[in-house]
Ligand binder design. Structure first.
Ligand SMILES: CCCCCCCCCC/C=C\C/C=C/C(=O)SCCNC(=O)CCNC(=O)[C@H](O)C(C)(C)COP(=O)(O)OP(=O)(O)OC[C@H]1O[C@@H](n2cnc3c(N)ncnc32)[C@H](O)[C@@H]1OP(=O)(O)O
Ligand SMILES: Cc1cc2nc3c(=O)[nH]c(=O)nc-3n(C[C@H](O)[C@H](O)[C@H](O)COP(=O)(O)OP(=O)(O)OC[C@H]3O[C@@H](n4cnc5c(N)ncnc54)[C@H](O)[C@@H]3O)c2cc1C
Length: 699
């Protein structure tokens, strides 16, 4: 077996996954017609000159015993891949903001091709390849190919279909995307207008709109469409559709495909060819419908398998789970930049003319920054746990145990929503924490924000997803009286009666240091908000009407439940062995900061539900202040622990060596406007104006 084959086989091992006529014009015939860490604790107060770039290699070679237990075992892989990417000139990214859309896109193609070449040459494992793509740090069609096209075939295809399509996809002999969203329907998947039918009749049009990788690159797509056989609808299913010729890349007959145009930000997500697609009487073989959930026979009969139809949504569950870990990465990156810069930046200070104060020493800066640092760690832990939950539900599904699917859906949907919204807000907060320089492209923060913020929308609008969590919670509450015991993340609801009555025991600030006290406060708040919603809902004759009317309250109850999950997983993590002197204590402090800051921000919930008293709220706030002082000496070490190279951070403000000002000055001169001392346009526009004023003055 060749090395490339070996690698590809490994890849297969470790990843999840009728004459048919397709069109989004409803007017054709035959078959389917688809229309449509390290934490080396420091005691120097983070006041080091942040070290030189050259030092990075050695300084960061830390001892095994310093390593955090919770870092995924791939730390070494991640570290190696980060350096590999940073040292390869093809992966340069500091010029992105200056490139036109065409240059940007072509450069992304070049990087993707180069990455694939290196993956094969170096015989990288799946984990290494995935880390490499992560550090290339540029949205590209490969994200959708590996992240959605392949998982869709694995999750929804039969064994036979997997055997046919996966080897082609693994070798990138076909490139695929995930084509579900239409111009008029995104959240409402059941409302898609694209149809795949045996016997089509009408002639309206609908377009697929948004899929990444579709616009210019993909040769194939998994297209989601409503199945119609024998004149009957059978819900939405996935269909593998070839879009472009494998010889000359031209769209196949009946297919219109292109890019949907520039998106938010200049560089940012514009490396991705999000696409528009129209089918007009496109025919595909019957066996290209993904048939794990439902089979269509040669005669056009539908045969339901024993797996629940929700599995058709399985790719979204998979990706939502990965998005939670990604949130931690994006957030830790922004926090790393803001923390390092806050240690470099000085403003005001002693009246006697001594050195000015580092802005990180201002309590306001700490109260804005340290909860974000704590969140980056919290999201990392909850992301790890969610990965475990996803693997667990996948194994159960294979054994025909579907019992935990609703919880997996609620957790992935809720945590995707919670972590992406918090991260998008946090990146913007980090920009503000860096003052004026944060607004410079060279700070790395504007581009990070522009690339990150669509995560609040893709893979499910965050509010729509919270409403799914709320439905799950209302169902759980309604079953409490029936003797059905809630399990997993809703197990606390079994103690609803106690939690509705409980009184928080805090009497002095230090009492907030007990994990059990914090947990109970969060459980009581979530249960009380859920029960209040359920009671309000019960007053409506039509529950769906009630759900719509109360949806804003339901979203808040869902947020309370999801925050409880994050807090409880952080606390659980700290019950494990964590190697490295003093590391656990630091993480404990961050855990309290995460929880108590949430309590402070959502005080209205805690007070109005009577979970805590105003006095206890004030004690929590006192305690929070003292925790910030404890984080301060280790703040730099806590962000160094993310182990980001300067290449990956892409930020002059977040440089490891802290050499911010000379580099800002140097960067400024690289701007094309500074290519000439006198700007283009001077002769045409500036000079005549100046001369005009001169003439007027003389008059
Ligand atoms: C190398 C690895 C890298 C991996 C990373 C790659 C990541 C790349 C990221 C790239 C960036 C962007 C890509 C973006 C892609 C996309 O955006 S793809 C399109 C995503 N679209 C959506 O997310 C649509 C959102 N809408 C929905 O999910 C559903 O329509 C919604 C759930 C909102 C409603 O569905 P309905 O069927 O109408 O709902 P309902 O009647 O409420 O539900 C019926 C029933 O089914 C349960 N349910 C719903 N969804 C799921 C699910 N996903 N899993 C399991 N169960 C589900 C629901 O709870 C109901 O259950 P009940 O018991 O009947 O109450
Ligand atoms: C960068 C990017 C990449 C994407 N990539 C892909 C891809 O690869 N493949 C793909 O198929 N799709 C992709 N999408 C599409 C994406 O999945 C959808 O945009 C997303 O699911 C949201 O759906 P929508 O656009 O229909 O929003 P809408 O549902 O129209 O949302 C608009 C507003 O209405 C609100 N709303 C909607 N329904 C309800 C409700 N029931 N109750 C209360 N409020 C509601 C929402 O909260 C939101 O505020 C991508 C999108 C983006 C931005």
């Amino acid at each position: 077996m060749s090395s490339a084959q070996g690698f590809l086989n490994d890849w297969v091992e470790s990843r999840v996954g009728l004459g048919s006529n397709i069109s989004n014009s409803r007017n054709t015939s035959v078959s389917y017609n688809i229309k449509g860490c390290w934490i080396p604790l420091t005691d120097n107060g983070g006041r080091r000159s942040l070290g030189s770039r050259e030092e990075q290699g050695s300084v960061r070679c830390r001892r095994d015993e310093d390593r955090l237990g919770w870092f995924p075992p791939h730390f070494d892989v991640s570290d190696r891949m980060a350096r590999l990417v940073a040292s390869d000139p093809v992966f340069r990214k500091d010029n992105r903001a200056m490139l036109s859309r065409k240059e940007l896109f072509k450069n992304t193609l070049r990087k993707a091709a180069h990455a694939w070449k290196r993956i094969i040459e170096l015989r990288l494992s799946e984990e290494e390849a995935s880390e490499m793509r992560f550090y290339v740090d540029e949205p590209a069609f490969t994200d959708l190919h590996w992240g959605m096209f392949v998982p869709a075939i694995k999750g929804q295809g039969t064994e036979e279909q997997q055997q046919k399509w996966l080897p082609l996809a693994y070798k990138m002999q076909i490139i695929g995307c995930y084509a579900q969203t239409e111009l008029g329907h995104g959240s409402n998947v059941q409302g898609l207008e694209t149809t795949a039918t045996f016997d089509p009749e009408s002639d309206e049009f609908s377009f697929i709109w948004w899929p990444g990788g579709l616009g210019k690159v993909s040769t194939h797509a998994v297209v989601y469409a409503r199945l119609i056989t024998e004149g009957q609808e059978h819900g939405v299913h996935g269909f593998i559709v070839q879009l472009r010729s494998l010889d000359d890349h031209m769209p196949l007959p009946g297919i219109t495909v292109g890019d949907i145009g520039m998106k938010f930000g200049t560089g940012a997500y514009n490396t991705m060819d999000n696409g528009v697609l129209r089918f007009d009487n496109v025919r595909i073989p019957r066996n290209q419908m993904l048939m794990r959930v439902m089979r269509v026979t040669r005669e056009g009969k539908c045969v339901q398998s024993n797996v629940p139809r929700q599995l058709i949504y399985g790719t979204m569950v998979y990706v939502r789970q990965t998005i939670v870990s990604d949130a931690s990465s994006a957030l830790s990156r922004a926090v790393c930049i803001a923390t390092r810069y806050s240690a470099v930046r000085r403003q005001f200070g002693p009246q006697d003319g001594g050195v000015e104060t580092q802005v990180i020493d201002y309590k306001t800066q700490q109260s804005r920054l340290f909860p974000l640092l704590a969140s980056a760690y919290a999201f990392r832990f909850v992301g790890e746990w969610l990965k475990w939950l996803y693997l667990d539900v996948t194994q159960r599904l294979q054994a025909n145990d579907f019992s935990t699917l609703p919880e997996a859906h609620a957790c992935t949907a809720g945590l995707k929503s919670l972590t992406t919204s918090a991260t998008a807000d946090a990146i913007e907060e980090c920009r503000k924490l860096c003052g004026g320089h944060g607004y410079l492209s060279s700070s790395g923060l504007p581009e990070l924000f522009a690339v990150y913020v669509p995560a609040c929308t893709y893979e499910g609008d965050n509010v729509v997803l919270l409403l799914q969590v709320a439905r799950f919670l209302m169902k759980t509450v309604s079953q409490l009286g029936s003797g059905k015991k809630p399990v997993g993340t809703t197990a606390y609801m079994a103690r609803a009666e106690d939690l509705l009555q409980s009184r928080c025991s805090v009497q002095k600030a230090e009492d907030w240091l007990k994990p059990s006290v914090i947990l109970e406060a969060f459980e009581a708040r979530a249960v009380r908000m859920c029960v209040a919603c359920a009671q309000s809902l019960s007053k409506f004759q039509n529950p769906e009407e009630g759900f719509l009317e109360l949806s804003a309250d339901l979203v808040e109850a869902a947020i309370a439940h999801c925050q409880l999950i994050v807090v409880s997983k952080f606390i659980e993590k700290l019950q494990q062995d964590i190697p490295g002197k003093g590391v656990k204590q630091q993480l404990q402090i961050l855990c309290y900061i995460y929880a108590l800051n949430l309590l402070h921000k959502h005080l209205g919930d805690f007070l109005s539900t009577g979970c805590i008293t105003p006095k206890q709220a004030s004690l929590a706030n006192d305690h929070l202040r003292s925790l910030y002082s404890k984080v301060r000496p280790n703040a730099i070490a806590l962000v160094d622990a993310f182990n980001y190279t300067d290449h990956f951070l892409g930020s002059v403000l977040g440089r490891y060596d802290g050499n911010v000002y000379p580099k800002l000055y140097e960067e400024a001169w690289k701007d094309p406007l500074n290519d000439s001392v006198v700007p283009d346009g001077y002769q045409e526009y500036i000079r005549p104006m100046l001369k005009q004023q001169l003439r007027n003055a003389r008059l």
